[in-house]
Design a protein around this ligand. Structure first.
Ligand code: SAH
Length: 347
């Protein structure tokens, strides 16, 4: 296991050598240690597949429909980026059994950098042949693709900029009187309105690579995460043992994340000539996919779990829970593919 204070030692060393550390580099070091450490999914934060099997099952049906729209190819490269505990995959595979040809076509690939989570994924999917990767570069190049990323982009490093009185600043981490603090370092003179904004070069890099792959191999990408399409200034947040915390405390032991800028993701997909659906709030998406019907049938099968199932449904879809803040974006190539779930939901 990675030493919990390792990232702080490295952060202080880099500050000593090079001066204030950009927020994105700080996040990179902290997040690598965090995801390599003890399993925190379900402790610091709970993701949709961990809330209920309904989520993964509906994503599975979504995937099955696209597979059929693609003409039921003999082989389909299914890629999950940042698969966490492997729960989403397990739920998708249960649904995939509905179509023997889909089950047979699925060639499963995980992109995961955490050895600890990789081990959990193996445990969760004992009989399933999975190939692990550290990046998209080593994925197979021939078959069409189905790529899924749930709460992946929010876990990537983000820079934070501020333009004030003609000067552009970047938020950095520095040491003052022995303590880590946030500072704004002037970068350059720049004309423009007074503004604060986030930018994630890392997120854009992944998105560019995903869209390039879709353009050459064909297929679809489903991205689910909390985020926004326009606006938003500062969204960096830390969670330690489920409670909001300072990003500069418990480094490597607290979960750091930022809201995802879906506007940028969408623009990149359009610039590369892919088809785009959404971003649509997760509540609409799941309701469009008939989550209510799945809820009712699970309640019938498990009458003793009725309250638990209803609570999970509310958590996934209600606007005050994950229904509105979480967004879903689908990217396809060719654009004639029509992903399910993106028409507006009327109550
Ligand atoms: N999709 C899962 C887990 C979300 S947590 C779920 O919904 O439950 C984020 C996941 O992304 C973890 O598996 C983490 O190890 C992985 N991850 C984060 N940054 C990564 C990177 N740069 N490269 C590869 N995997 C990464």
């Amino acid at each position: 296991m990675v030493e919990r204070n390792m990232p702080e030692t490295q952060i202080r060393k880099e500050i000593k050598e090079k001066g204030p550390l950009p927020q994105s580099r700080f996040m990179e070091l902290a997040l690598q240690a965090y995801y390599s450490g003890e399993d925190s999914i379900g402790q610091d934060f709970t993701t949709a597949p961990e809330v209920s099997q309904m989520f993964g099952e509906l994503v599975g049906l979504w995937a099955l429909d696209l597979y059929q729209q693609m003409g039921s190819p003999e082989s389909l490269t299914y890629v999950e980026v940042g698969p966490g505990r492997g729960t989403l995959m397990a739920d998708i595979l249960r649904v995939a059994k509905l179509s023997p040809s889909f089950s047979k076509a699925l060639d499963i690939h995980f992109v995961e950098f955490s050895p600890r989570l990789k081990a959990l994924q193996k445990q969760r999917l004992p009989q399933v042949p999975v190939t692990w990767h550290e990046s998209l570069e080593t994925l197979p190049c021939a078959a069409p693709l189905l790529i899924v990323a749930n709460e992946f982009f929010d876990a990537l490093p983000v820079s934070y900029y501020l333009r004030e009185q003609g000067i552009l600043y970047e938020r950095c981490v520095d040491v003052q009187a022995g303590e880590l603090v946030f500072t704004f370092q002037p970068l350059t003179q720049e004309k423009g309105p007074e503004e604060r904004w986030e930018e994630s070069a890392e997120t854009l890099k992944w998105m560019k690579a995903i869209c390039r792959r879709l353009k050459t191999q064909g297929g679809a990408f489903l991205c689910l995460d909390y985020g926004y399409e326009e606006g938003e200034g500062e969204t960096l947040q830390a969670l330690f043992e489920g409670e909001p915390s300072s990003p500069l405390r418990h480094i490597g032991a607290s979960d750091l994340s930022c809201h995802v800028n879906f506007g940028i993701l969408k623009q990149e997909a359009l610039d590369q000539g892919c088809g785009v659906s959404g971003p649509l709030p997760q509540g609409y998406f799941l309701n469009n996919l008939n989550i209510k019907q799945r809820l009712d049938s699970l309640k019938m099968q498990n009458p003793s779990k009725k309250a638990e199932l209803e609570a999970a449904y509310t958590r996934l879809t209600h606007p005050v829970h994950m229904g509105l803040l979480f967004k879903v974006l689908a990217v396809v190539s060719p654009s004639s593919l029509l992903p399910l779930g993106f028409h507006h939901y009327a109550t």
